[in-house]
Write a protein that binds this ligand. Sequence first.
Ligand SMILES: C[S@@+](CC[C@H](N)C(=O)[O-])C[C@H]1O[C@@H](n2cnc3c(N)ncnc32)[C@H](O)[C@@H]1O
Length: 402
Amino acid sequence: MKVEIEKLDHFGRGITYIDGKVCFVEKALPGEIVKIKIIKDSKKYLLGKVVDYYKLAEDRVEEVCRYSDICGGCNLSHLDFKEENNYKCMKVKEILKKFGNVSSEKILDVVSCNEYGYRNKVTLHGSNSRLGYCESGSNSVFGTESCLLADDKINEVMEVVKKLAYTEQIEELLIRCSNDSSEVMVSLTGKVDDYSELVNLVDTLIINDEVILGDGKIISSISDKKYYVSSKSFFQVNKEVTKLLYDEILNVVKKNKPNKVLDLYCGTGTIGIYVSDYVNKVVGVDYSKSGISDANVNKELNNCSNIEFICDKVENVIDSFDDIDLVIVDPPRAGLDNKTIDNIKRIGADTLIYVSCDPATLGRDLKLLEDEYEVLYVKPFNMFPRTYHIENFVELRRKNNG
Ligand SMILES: C[S@@+](CC[C@H](N)C(=O)[O-])C[C@H]1O[C@@H](n2cnc3c(N)ncnc32)[C@H](O)[C@@H]1O
């Protein structure tokens, strides 16, 4: 069946309509005329797969990854990178208008850096003598020898660890490198007898949660701050964009000069520590034991005497805070729960910074905060180039409600 693609959906798929029913087509761009076969026909939508291209879009680029046909990682690697950023800006505008009632003028251009080689972490899965990523839309593992999204240092390690899949029974393998690529960590689960090749290659090696080599952590610098990160803790994946995002937060702190800052969902304490020189007191909250353990090491490493970290769910402790001038939230994709939203309003800090990796839940939460907080601006950061994902920074100001 021959169809014309009208636009991209929020997952980077082409959209066309067949007899009035929406049809999503992967790897198809607006303006393209393609031959598709229908691979799913559900009540509400169709899924199509391109069999042939009749007319290509001008902003189509050749895919440079050898796994692009099987791997589901890079949904946008066939789109020119500048156009990817334009698409992401449009997507944020659409979603925040729909769910958050945020007007498009408040959404700035996308900030981005390198399109490839940006990831400081990859997770590979082991299965049937293969070690790699899962095939698009399935749990089936294909052998992955390299990944264009990953730092060169990670690719060096991938080249070596692929051999382990033949002789050892690896379930999962995480490779994480420091932001300057000088240190690398491998943490794996499974049954591994001979890991001698890894010992010469990595700075820290963890097997089934036991530290075999090094101290189980690597150190990354962002600007003048240093961060220890262990294998289980969250750490932003894009080394260059993370610095720009944290600088944006720091600028808001410098502009508003808050006395006391609450850093909710603080991970390893990165943001709180980043702004700590400019405020009197920071309190960070995260429920991850490894995250808070690393945060306390990071506090010492950066000589921060004005930070306190609490290891608990935000929703368990949020009602204990008062007298806060600036609240920073950086929740997981699910966004904020109602109790946290209500307490953010009760605390009534003058400034609220919302960092989000899911525009839909961000929009929902901005709507729920709307009676007390006005959105000043939204800045999208392309933390995940070549995928459909986008990170957003929002500065909000408390409304003068009388
Ligand atoms: C997107 S990360 C942000 C980390 C940090 N702000 C940074 O920039 O590295 C989200 C964090 O929220 C934490 N988290 C998820 N749900 C939570 C909850 N209900 N209460 C506290 N922390 C939570 C996770 O452990 C993770 O560290």
